[in-house]
Design a protein around this ligand. Sequence first.
Ligand SMILES: *Cc1c(COP(=O)(O)O)cnc(C)c1O
Length: 459
Amino acid sequence: MNEQTIPYKIYLEEDEMPKYWYNLRADMKNKPAPLLNPATLKPMTFEDLQPVFCDELIEQELDDTTPYIEIPKEIRDFYKMYRPAPLVRAYNLERKLGTPAKIYYKFEGNNTSGSHKLNSAIAQAYYAKKQGLKGVTTETGAGQWGTALSMACAYLGLDCQVYMVKVSYEQKPFRREVMRTYGANVTPSPSLTTEVGKEILRKHPGTTGSLGCAISEAVEAATKQEGYRYVLGSVLNQVLLHQSVIGLETKTALDKYGIEPDIIIGCAGGGSNLGGLIGPFMREKLRGEKDYRIIAVEPASCPSLTRGKYAYDFCDTGMVTPLQKMYTLGSNFIPSANHAGGLRYHGMSSTLSQLYDDGYLEAVSVEQTGVFEAAKFFAQIEGTLPAPESSHAIRVAIDEALKCKETGEEKTIVFGLTGTGYFDMVAYEKFNNGEMSDYIPTDEELEASFAQLPVVPEA
Ligand SMILES: *Cc1c(COP(=O)(O)O)cnc(C)c1O
């Protein structure tokens, strides 16, 4: 198709938006390993998971054979309030870099929560409501997930209890206030409202908390209250499933204009946006129909794919969750205090872990100063202030585009711009003041963390 006819921003028509989510696991020959019950080391059953998760979400979690799952009409109606998300051609960035590469980004920051997380929040809240529950509990780190869930719960009239990592609770008062405006109850974690929180505070008085610790508290809160379940914003199979709307829209938009990507790039925290973005492309790759380079980008200070172990581990610090086989740094791993770029989770989605282990996915780690340089450059050239998390993908997209400049290759690069950075100004401030440094964990530090991995005999 003639270059000139490709719009600056590609928006799908309403009737082109996905009506089904895509379940990537259905096309994988090597399925992700099952969740294990930590007490028995047997695969978690529906009944095992029932006290913690909503019924229909458990079915989605355990389903690795159904490729397409219908998106309920109520959820599609909610998606219409902020989707389709645009696929933007980064003409200005290309020009500024002087690259022959064509760069596109899928922008998920066009909603008040500011990120892709709303795609799964509304789905999880919907199934909780449908089951007749009173409310849900969750954790939030930087606050995007908590905000997204508060929005979804407000819309459906569900109670929303958020355990927010204490350091974020204190440093991001506006995030907290957005959640409260949407009606959520926000508790700084660790707190004295749960047994596991009390235990952590007893062992580590003065701790500013971690995501793993907030997860433990939220799970306990869900299981102790009648009519409540726990919901999680990343890592789980069900979240990747809901996030597949990102990739499905991207594929439809590219196909509409006959654009063939060569490289697809996404940042990877727990793996949900990347898993969602690459879904339909990975499908073709798994079926041997097409080939793409698919790159996961993670922080050098929290390098689960590039330096982690592929092993069973807990999903949280308090060791209350099932065991998941994944690339992990150990559930006790906490990135150094000067890490400001997000993506702090110690593990990775089991689906992405298996794809990476099978060689379908590449991974690179980048240092935060390079990430913020890319973020600032992008903000000035393309106008949008990116979230630090998203800027990991920007960094690598720029690096790949610069390689094309050297070789003269006209590659087409697609990356996920997962959100906006309005609430990340403390991190930007550090960077602007020249106070940001890079900390990369040593092998000894990682070994010490690996030594605490649970012992699970090979199946
Ligand atoms: C949460 C978040 C991420 C990382 O989470 P994934 O599950 O790996 O997608 C990336 N970008 C933004 C803006 C986020 O809020």
